[in-house]
Design a protein around this ligand. Structure first.
Ligand SMILES: *[C@@H]1O[C@H](CO)[C@@H](O)[C@H](O)[C@H]1NC(C)=O
Ligand SMILES: *[C@@H]1O[C@H](CO)[C@@H](O)[C@H](O)[C@H]1NC(C)=O
Ligand SMILES: *[C@@H]1O[C@H](CO)[C@@H](O)[C@H](O)[C@H]1NC(C)=O
Ligand SMILES: *[C@@H]1O[C@H](CO)[C@@H](O)[C@H](O)[C@H]1NC(C)=O
Ligand SMILES: *[C@@H]1O[C@H](CO)[C@@H](O)[C@H](O)[C@H]1NC(C)=O
Ligand SMILES: *[C@@H]1O[C@H](CO)[C@@H](O)[C@H](O)[C@H]1NC(C)=O
Ligand SMILES: *[C@@H]1O[C@H](CO)[C@@H](O)[C@H](O)[C@H]1NC(C)=O
Ligand SMILES: *[C@@H]1O[C@H](CO)[C@@H](O)[C@H](O)[C@H]1NC(C)=O
Ligand SMILES: *[C@@H]1O[C@H](CO)[C@@H](O)[C@H](O)[C@H]1NC(C)=O
Ligand SMILES: *[C@@H]1O[C@H](CO)[C@@H](O)[C@H](O)[C@H]1NC(C)=O
Ligand SMILES: *[C@@H]1O[C@H](CO)[C@@H](O)[C@H](O)[C@H]1NC(C)=O
Ligand SMILES: *[C@@H]1O[C@H](CO)[C@@H](O)[C@H](O)[C@H]1NC(C)=O
Ligand SMILES: [Cu+2]
Length: 571
């Protein structure tokens, strides 16, 4: 399915690379046909939305400095957009993808060419649909290799293997989220998690749908881990093996060893896996299951794959080898999560400096968490006490407009689309991690923060215990940020800043706001456009845990957002 096409593309890319100077990047062309495909999982055949009939979708492979052109053709009845998650999109905000933020949807029969250059990033990212819940099956890896002749800052791996986690529902997920938003209740939880699209042996009728990674003894493999699940952070481990974490969100980190990785939706983590030096007398399971902190029910199942050693001499019979299972933390092991997050540090060396903003122009304090909306008068609702579930940032539950914010901004037609009064601080103070206030109703609207070009921003995000404390993986479009510190309870603006790490904080695009705690980040707003920020638990995004930053043009021509491409979809 399309593999021949991609092989041809690959050969053309290599040829182009040979004739091209080693400094400038090349242009890589992809075509994404959005179409339905019948797929069988968990004893059931289901029609799912795919790119080119593939599930998971095709890999985008590029080098740092390359331009990527993806022609997306929508052959299905749903509106579609694609987001290149973590790609900075320097002055190419029109190619970012979130529906009604940077573009109107690509409608049935329409075409849109995403055109962006990968600058200053190398590692693993991923692409996914960015409208409603279509990303449940519309996702795939983005592999960004270093520039030619530039080595990794770690041993060259024998092989590189993307491992992309997904979440699977037997029912139609568009029906599920539409039902939930209508009724006000929580959406139905998933039936399985997947590794490269396969649930693995712990589910009914699923043993044949198990990801197998064949390895040789004594080699180093680079696993490109991606969490593309909708609603669940995941613990991941391989029995009897240790990982060395070398990169997160396409930024190198100081290497450290761990048997278990925690990865939130929206995060990517590159790890080195050194295989055993001799053929072992066992087969090893790799497994992932949720880290779940919230009050709601969650999918408490385990997805698994197999790490299979290639036998040099076929003496032992494979089937008789014992199958070893990895030990994973308890579903609510927040101390593991905290220890793991605190180990992540930027390389912060001469080649890969950590450019932490040292001065701060604007400080923001955002509460993130759940809330409620009233039930419409003629309806009964399934949220608590006949209400509708909502979620908010500083008590604003974001409502998507019916045209794109970026167009409204660029053409100075914001009236009736968005307002610029997003609060820099919570509208009322309370003990955020203690007893919630009596009124937990949210405000609804499309409010943004406007930032002059190159504003240096410090943002503290504080979880609330409204309805229940919960870890929220917040994702920022258009920027990486530095994670200065995290803590529990209420952030203390007098004491906590003294403990900020301004030397080697990890740089990323998605960070878990700790359950019942806070996280402080900094970023430099040097990319003009409109940039979405939201919880990457899709259920919370649907409930309104999202907002946008409008970053104004700078004075110089190369500090301005160019006009939109001529094929940009309109509403
Ligand atoms: C999927 O299966 C259904 C029912 O068998 C069939 O009608 C449909 O044409 C199939 N779709 C595709 C894309 O193969
Ligand atoms: C992609 O964008 C660049 C400018 O950033 C432009 O020069 C080029 O023509 C565009 N390519 C296509 C196919 O639109
Ligand atoms: C969600 O779950 C409820 C309760 O089990 C069920 O009645 C409903 O049909 C489910 N929704 C979908 C879309 O499957
Ligand atoms: C598998 O099927 C059995 C028998 O139908 C059922 O009891 C069990 O709950 C199923 N397990 C899962 C994980 O779905
Ligand atoms: C795997 O780990 C277990 C527990 O640490 C140990 O008992 C066992 O010997 C190991 N097996 C192999 C083949 O490494
Ligand atoms: C391999 O393991 C099996 C089952 O645990 C055992 O019977 C066999 O003796 C082992 N072989 C070797 C060479 O260790
Ligand atoms: C999750 O499943 C495990 C068994 O796999 C069980 O021990 C545990 O109690 C379950 N936890 C919850 C919160 O359902
Ligand atoms: C984790 O969940 C268990 C119930 O399965 C509960 O007893 C325990 O207190 C929870 N731990 C934390 C840290 O919340
Ligand atoms: C409730 O009233 C609104 C406005 O009058 C109407 O559009 C909607 O269909 C009604 N919903 C139900 C469930 O009756
Ligand atoms: C629902 O109402 C009960 C009784 O008034 C109250 O104790 C509870 O906190 C309410 N739940 C929520 C989520 O507001
Ligand atoms: C906030 O609430 C928590 C949990 O109830 C409590 O331990 C803490 O002392 C409270 N903090 C303040 C400042 O009241
Ligand atoms: C697709 O998007 C357009 C523009 O926002 C909207 O008018 C239309 O109703 C949407 N169509 C569907 C099927 O959702
Ligand atoms: Cu969330």
């Amino acid at each position: 399915m399309g593999s021949c096409f991609f092989l041809v593309l690959g050969v053309l890319s290599v040829l182009a690379e040979l004739v091209h100077s080693k400094h400038a990047g090349i242009t890589r062309h992809y075509k994404f046909d959005i179409k339905l495909q019948n797929v069988t999982r968990l004893c059931q055949t289901k029609s799912i939305v795919t790119v080119n009939g593939q599930f998971p979708g095709p890999r985008i492979i590029a080098r740092e400095g390359d331009t990527v052109l993806v022609k997306v053709v929508n052959h299905i009845q749903n509106n579609v957009t694609i987001h290149w998650h973590g790609v900075r999109q320097l002055r190419t905000g029109w190619a970012d993808g979130p529906a009604y933020i940077t573009q109107c949807p690509i409608r049935t029969g329409q075409i849109y060419v995403y055109n962006f250059t990968i600058t200053g990033q190398r590692g693993t990212l991923f692409w996914h649909a960015h409208i409603s819940w279509l990303r449940v099956t519309l996702y795939g890896p983005i592999v960004i290799l270093p520039k030619r002749h530039i080595p990794y800052p770690f041993p060259q791996p024998h092989k590189e293997v993307p491992i992309i986690f997904g979440e699977w529902w037997k029912a139609n997920t568009e029906t599920i989220i539409n039902q939930a938003l209508q009724s006000g209740g929580a959406p139905n939880i998933s039936d399985a998690f997947t590794i490269n699209g396969l649930p693995g042996p712990f589910y009914n009728c699923s043993a044949k749908d198990t990801f197998k990674m064949k390895v040789k003894p004594g080699k180093t493999y680079l696993l490109r881990l991606i969490n593309a699940a909708l609603n669940d952070e995941l613990f991941f481990s391989i029995a009897n093996h240790t990982f060395t974490v070398v990169e997160t969100d396409a930024i190198y980190v100081k290497p450290f060893k761990t048997r278990i990785v925690l990865i939130t939706p929206g995060q990517t983590t590159n790890v080195l896996l050194k295989t055993k030096s001799h053929f072992p007398n066992a087969t090893f399971l790799m497994a992932a299951r949720p880290y779940a902190t919230g009050p709601a029910a969650f999918d408490n199942t385990t997805t698994a794959g197999i790490l299979e050693y290639h036998q040099p001499s076929a003496t032992t019979t494979k089937n008789k080898l014992p199958l070893l299972k990895p030990a994973l933390p308890k579903f609510n092991d927040t101390s593991f999560a905290t220890n793991f997050s605190n180990k992540l540090r930027s390389l912060a060396n001469a080649k890969f400096p950590a450019k932490v903003p040292k001065k701060v122009d604007r400080r923001f304090f955002f509460t993130v968490g759940l809330g409620l909306n009233p039930c419409p008068q003629n309806q009964t609702c399934q949220g608590p006490n006949n209400t509708k579930f909502a979620a908010s940032v500083n008590n604003v539950s974001f409502v998507l407009p019916n045209t794109a914010l970026l167009q409204a901004h660029f053409f100075q037609q914001s009236k009736g689309v968005y307002t610029t009064d997003f609060p820099a601080n919570p509208p009322f103070k309370f003990n955020y991690t203690g007893n919630p206030p009596s009124n937990i109703m949210v405000n609804n609207g499309a409010k943004v923060v406007v930032l002059p070009f190159k504003t240096s921003v410090e943002l503290v995000m504080q979880d609330t215990s409204i309805i229940g404390a919960e870890s929220h993986p917040l994702h920022l479009h258009g920027f990486n940020f530095f994670v200065l510190r995290q803590g529990f309870g209420n952030y203390d603006p007098k004491k906590d800043p003294a403990k900020f790490n301004l030397v080697d904080p990890v740089e990323r695009n998605t960070v878990g706001v700790p359950s019942g705690g806070w996280v402080a980040i900094r970023f430099l707003a040097d990319n003009p456009g409109v940039w979405f920020m939201h919880c990457h638990l899709e259920v919370h995004t649907s409930w309104g845990l999202k907002m946008a930053w409008v970053v104004m043009d700078g004075k110089r021509p190369n500090q301005k957002l160019p006009p939109p491409p001529s094929d940009l979809p309109i509403c």
